[in-house]
Design a protein around this ligand. Structure first.
Ligand code: SF4
Length: 231
């Protein structure tokens, strides 16, 4: 399977790395606030980027770039993801993987094969509000919990992150997020930005003062809680 999107240079998506970002098409969630509507809803119409072209770029940029971000969609749905990551690793790049955590066994096998240096997993909401927040009638919370546990035990480095918006996040759900990731080292509470490219959109951001209060609620569960996207 080929990648379907490519941002050739990013200075902000992989901490301490000059990176290139590759997007997979398709996702098993339908988060209404998702900004990648076309990749998620119409994967068969997504662009196809020849793998050779990407490899050739990575070979030429070695020494200038040092990281590759794999995002989506949901990258763990890509059947030959491990092969692609192996090729990237062989070129000497560090790899960051973004995931929604729905496929813990794929995550585990990638980590055991030392194919990922940094994992960023979305924690969408408390267990009670998870299905609603991902736009589905139900969710496999065992899989989500297993991914959290695998990442905390086996990832060389990681972050959890939650995009917060007024309609679905409140003090109770934020405490629920703390329960899900109790003992984790890092969580970012990300500002929601509305866009015409969202699957649904039309939500409202949490004001900075309230987001700061949410972060304070999590300090007993997570070592480092930060806001992202707030000035
Ligand atoms: S936000 Fe992530 S998990 Fe949710 S639909 Fe979009 S790509 Fe999938």
């Amino acid at each position: 399977m080929d990648f379907s999107g490519w941002q050739k240079l990013t200075l902000v998506d992989f901490d301490k790395h000059m990176a290139t970002t590759l997007f997979t098409a398709g996702c098993d969630f339908r988060c209404p606030f998702c900004h990648n509507r076309d990749l998620v809803l119409n994967p068969s119409e997504a662009p196809v980027i020849p793998w050779d072209e990407i490899v050739s770029y990575l070979k030429k940029r070695k020494g200038i770039l040092d990281g590759v971000v794999i995002t989506g969609g949901e990258p763990t749905l890509m059947p030959d993801l491990a092969d692609k990551l192996r090729d990237i690793k062989a070129l000497g790049y560090a790899i960051k993987l973004d995931t929604n955590g729905s496929r813990p066994q794929v995550l585990k096998s990638l980590l055991e094969a030392h194919l990922v240096d940094y994992v960023a997993m979305d924690i969408k909401n408390s267990a009670e509000k998870y299905a609603e927040t991902i736009g589905l009638p139900k969710v496999d919370m065992d899989a989500i919990r297993e991914s959290i546990s695998i990442i905390m035990k086996e990832a060389p480095d990681y972050e959890f992150r939650t995009t917060i918006f007024s309609e679905l996040h409140n003090e109770e759900s934020i405490r629920g997020i703390g329960e899900l990731i109790h003992g984790a080292k890092r969580l970012f509470l990300q500002r929601y930005i509305d866009s015409e490219h969202c699957i649904q959109g039309g939500f409202h951001e949490v004001e900075k003062e309230k987001a700061t209060a949410f972060a304070d609620l999590l300090r007993n569960d997570v070592e480092q809680v930060s806001l992202r996207g707030y000035l």
